[in-house]
Design a protein around this ligand. Structure first.
Ligand code: GDD
Ligand code: MN
Length: 389
């Protein structure tokens, strides 16, 4: 019967159709990324507020504060704002004692947020920040001493509203290929106009680019939400690959599925809530945004369905062999074998399933905007910092 043959062909065509728009977006981003230009250091360094949102970070908090105090930036131009959301592990008292002992000459403050959720803490901080530029960091990201200076240089351009750094994974990491494509996309989008996907581990914002806007405190993608706010308000939000941050080389943690699902859900929700950023009014950003909206909301379903169709037609081919002829087993079988042999195909399917899982959780009312820190990863960071002195 010709039905099974038509079925696997349909699956293949659907997969190609689904992949084509993101593939074109990637190729364009790759070309643009290679042309990124970097600003000179400014003659006068701006005053900065460093926002450090924390919850249950007792393992890393002191090292993180030392990292901040050791930045190549005049500390007289830095204020530190730690927002602690009801930590139950003495994060606050550890931070307070550490700052009292070591932060002479730096103005610092620790605020408390009763309700849990990083986005709530971020909104609270937005009401308290008094400098025009603020830098936000994660307690567990490891930064270079040049980070503040490299961020600050971008704000000489009055159109720049937000800048973020880039995660650098070691070459041997299994997630390196995915990350390097992710980074290329973010930089290419930045050159084109702006990237809607941001890195909260190290990022900086111009307060006047945020204005009175606030983020959805019930969604976790605080970083990307802020980047979208900035673009909506007419400024650019970009990634600078020279501002690198590091995570310990412990794959169990950095690639943890629960964390990927949380981030996927936050992004999907932020894209949906901001879907009117597809409007032509936003110039080149409209196509960047549409592309990512498609990639996060529609693509995972199309791609997974196409794979399921090919699998099904292969199974039917086997069950109905030999009546249907060898080709209904051979072609879908060969495609499945080639697909599973290709790291890229496996990665695309894996990423699609993570997104689908995050959508299904959302549809069943499970929001992932409050989470626990990954202790295993924090311990690895502490070891890492100790080893590197
Ligand atoms: N104040 C406050 N309140 N801070 C919090 C809370 C909270 O309820 N929950 C987490 N944080 C802090 C952590 O202490 C850490 O400094 C930072 O937010 C990031 O949390 P991680 O536990 O390290 O999460 P991640 O590595 O997956 O974070 C990534 O995704 C998040 C969104 O899901 C980063 O990109 C974050 O910047 C981003 O917010
Ligand atoms: Mn983290």
């Amino acid at each position: 019967m010709e039905v099974s043959e038509a079925t696997w062909l349909f699956g293949v065509m659907l997969a190609f159709a689904a992949v084509t728009p993101p593939a074109l977006h990637y190729l364009k981003a790759k070309t643009l990324a290679a042309t990124q230009q970097f600003p000179e250091d400014p003659p006068n360094l701006p005053k900065l507020t460093i926002l450090l949102p924390v919850r249950n970070e007792s393992i890393v908090i002191r090292d993180k504060l030392d990292e901040i105090l050791g930045m190549e930036y005049p500390l007289s131009r830095v204020s530190l704002l730690v927002v602690d959301s009801s930590s139950t592990d003495q994060t606050e008292s550890l931070a307070r004692e550490h700052l009292e002992k070591n932060a002479e000459g730096v103005s610092w403050k620790i605020e408390n947020a009763e309700r849990l959720g990083k986005s709530i803490a971020v909104n609270m901080a937005l009401d308290a920040i008094e400098t025009e530029i603020f830098v936000m960091m994660d307690a567990d990201a490891m930064l270079q001493p040049s980070s503040l200076r490299l961020l600050a240089r971008w704000f000489q351009d009055p159109m720049i509203g937000a800048v973020c750094g880039q995660l650098n994974l070691p070459h041997e990491s299994p997630r390196h290929p995915y990350r390097s494509r992710f980074n290329t996309l973010r930089v290419g989008e930045s050159v084109n106009d702006s990237t809607p996907i941001f890195e909260g581990s190290i990022c900086a914002f111009r307060m006047s680019a945020i204005g009175h806007s606030r983020i959805d405190s019930g969604n976790n993608a605080d970083d990307s939400q802020l980047a979208m706010v900035v673009r909506r308000n007419g400024f650019r939000a970009i990634m600078d690959p020279e501002i690198k941050f590091f995570e310990p080389n412990s794959e169990k943690s950095t690639g943890k599925r629960s964390r990927r699902v949380r981030r996927a859900q936050g992004l999907s929700r932020a894209f949906w809530a901001n879907r009117n950023l597809r409007s032509k009014r936003y110039g080149a950003y409209a196509s960047v945004f549409s592309s990512q909206l498609y990639f996060h909301l529609i693509f995972p379903w199309l791609f997974s369905v196409s794979v399921a169709i090919i699998c099904l037609s292969f199974i039917c081919g086997i069950l109905e062999f030999p009546e249907n002829g060898w080709h209904t087993v051979f072609f879908p079988g060969a495609i499945l074998v080639m697909g599973s042999a290709s790291g890229t195909c496996r990665g695309i399917l894996d990423g699609s399933l993570v997104l689908i899982q995050s959508h299904l959780l959302l549809l069943t009312g499970r929001r992932l905007h409050i989470w626990e820190p990954d202790a295993e990863m924090r311990l690895a960071i502490r070891r890492n910092r100790r080893e590197s002195g």
